[in-house]
Design a protein around this ligand. Structure first.
Ligand code: IPE
Ligand code: IPE
Ligand code: MG
Length: 244
């Protein structure tokens, strides 16, 4: 990997919130005639690399799509491999994240996860709660449509109980009931592996995100590619519906 100093992207504003759909582990392995599990293992290495790169670059929020609510459709052994890697990551990386002043936050449906994974998640969030550097958001058993449905349910319950007037339901109120409450919307969403879709990721929050699709498979994604995506982002004109 070529060493790229933060000054490399100094000419371009570093987005406050980068979100990544980490895709292509399976194809990475397939090309090498390796089992998919090895692709996922290399994918976890890429996670370590990119978290460090974001710390170096001064990104404030990094959201990583690690496991979607639809990924349960995969064969049990693959789901087990992914959960095993997650356990490994949380057990072995959180101390390092903590040393790097990284605050960890998990979004997704915890009820679907194994109790020991939930315990690890809670422990990791607790340990890093007061850190003030990068906020690393892991989307785990996450699905945006379920997230929005849950927000609607929570708001409806408040209206029904008479604690929230109907007129108070606006964009901000919805955002306040999402799992991402308190996290600014992503500025840049990157998807690796050449697929060009969101796959139920941050559908509400992505309203004005710049989307960058790269052909690189996730296990090959490195700091240079991240910098390139940030530079692409920097060349976009964000108008938010205005005239720029
Ligand atoms: C991304 O890689 C990892 C997860 C979705 C958990 P994939 O496993 O989707 O890899 P491809 O898309 O089959 O190559
Ligand atoms: C999206 O990738 C989910 C994650 C990266 C965790 P998938 O590989 O599951 O998405 P589809 O099925 O190709 O849309
Ligand atoms: Mg995929």
């Amino acid at each position: 990997m070529t060493a790229i100093s933060p000054s490399t992207v100094a000419a371009v504003a570093v987005p406050r919130h980068v979100a990544i759909i980490m895709d292509g582990n399976g194809r990475w392995a397939k090309r090498r005639l390796l089992p998919r599990a090895l692709g996922h293992r290399q994918g976890a290495e890429a996670v370590r690399r990119i978290v460090q790169a974001c710390v170096d670059l001064g990104v404030q929020y990094l959201t990583l799509y690690a496991f979607s609510s639809e990924n349960w459709k995969r064969p049990t052994d693959e789901v087990e491999d992914l959960m095993g890697l997650l356990r490994h990551y949380l057990r072995n990386e959180v101390a390092e994240l903590n040393r790097n002043n990284v605050r960890l936050r998990i979004i997704g449906e915890r009820r679907g996860l194994a109790p020991d994974v939930v315990a690890l998640v809670n422990e990791s969030e607790g340990l890093t709660r007061n850190n003030t550097g990068l906020t690393l958001v892991l989307a785990l058993n996450y699905g945006a449509q379920a997230e929005i449905a849950a927000a609607v349910r929570a708001i409806a319950a408040k209206v029904q109980a008479g604690v929230m007037p109907l007129e108070a339901i606006n964009e901000q109120a919805v955002a306040d009931h999402l799992l991402t409450v308190g996290i600014p919307d992503p500025d840049l969403i990157i998807r690796t592996s050449g697929e060009q879709r969101l796959s139920n990721f941050l559908l509400w929050q992505a309203a004005y995100a710049e989307l960058v699709f790269v052909d690189c498979l996730w296990p090959d994604f490195d700091k240079a590619q991240l910098v390139e995506a940030i530079e692409t982002f920097g060349r976009r004109e964000r108008r938010f519906g205005g005239r720029g």
